[in-house]
Design a protein around this ligand. Structure first.
Ligand SMILES: [Zn+2]
Ligand SMILES: [Zn+2]
Length: 266
């Protein structure tokens, strides 16, 4: 198994060196990891929770150092969790073309100027109609799919993080987005961080994973670890859920190309 969603302290809200994440992954019996720290964005976009563009080279070298020190056969991939935000796609496209990344997750963390997954700004949920909120969010996810620059979509139902679950009427939106994911040959980031958050549910919800399985959408497992202790977080439970949904394999990316591996109970 591979953990394909890991951060580093360069994003300003994670701890532990890449070497420590790799050591934790080896202790947990994983076959490899892919670092996907928050990408540099234009200077006006969310500078407090990502590395500045000047540190991208440092990020590359830290991950490559971890790769060089890992034992033979243990895979260390270099990727990014790239934000999708209207007006920044050309910036991100050029960034991704400029370096040989292994894997790029496309994530929506903002609706307009609101970082809806930030614990300091949850009041805003009370001011918004829930269906309208999910409609805006999934509109952005749809645009991220259409952007054509990502390998997978990150934590597909992130607005539920603090417990604001979607209303039943939002299911049509999910169905539309999953159809678009399939049509664009993208994968889903199956992200166990949801189990560490107030919602206490994996991203995306089991119902969405079931539907994704029916549609034949590939999955990439990730812990979204922001500290070494979180590497491989509840992967056993995630594998169980995926097997129950009908999945028999997951994907890991190398050179932006998917490589399937079998899902097996530990
Ligand atoms: Zn983060
Ligand atoms: Zn994220």
């Amino acid at each position: 198994m591979y953990d394909s969603h890991l951060h580093t302290p360069l994003c300003k809200h994670a701890v532990g060196t890449p070497l420590e994440y790799v050591a934790a992954a080896r202790e947990r019996g994983l076959a490899g990891v892919v670092f996907t720290d928050h990408n540099p964005m234009p200077a006006w976009f969310d500078p407090q929770s990502r590395m500045p563009a000047e540190q991208l080279g440092l990020y590359h070298s830290l991950v490559e150092e971890a790769r060089a020190q890992a034992p033979d056969g243990f895979y260390v991939g270099l990727g990014l969790e790239a934000d999708f935000h209207p007006g920044t796609t050309d910036y991100v496209r050029r960034q991704l073309e400029a370096y040989p990344y292994d894997y790029v997750i496309g994530s929506v963390h903002y609706i307009g100027a609101w970082p809806f997954d930030h614990p300091d700004f949850t009041d805003e949920f009370d001011r918004r109609d829930r269906l309208e909120l999910y409609s805006e969010y999934y509109g952005l996810v749809y645009a991220a799919i259409e952007a054509g620059v990502f390998d997978a979509i990150g934590h597909l139902d992130l607005p539920k993080k603090f417990g604001h679950v979607p209303p039943e009427e939002a299911w049509d939106l999910v169905e539309g987005v999953l159809t678009a994911v399939k049509g664009a040959d993208l994968a889903l980031d199956v992200n166990t961080a949801g189990w560490r958050k107030p919602i206490g549910e994996i991203y995306p919800a089991p119902r969405i994973i079931n539907r994704a399985a029916e549609l034949g959408i590939p999955v990439v497992l990730g812990s979204d670890a922001h500290e070494p202790e979180e590497v491989g977080w509840r992967f056993g439970d995630a594998v169980e859920l995926l097997l129950e949904s009908g999945y028999r394999e997951a994907w890991v990316y190398r050179n932006r190309k998917p490589e399937p591996y079998p899902l097996e109970r530990a």
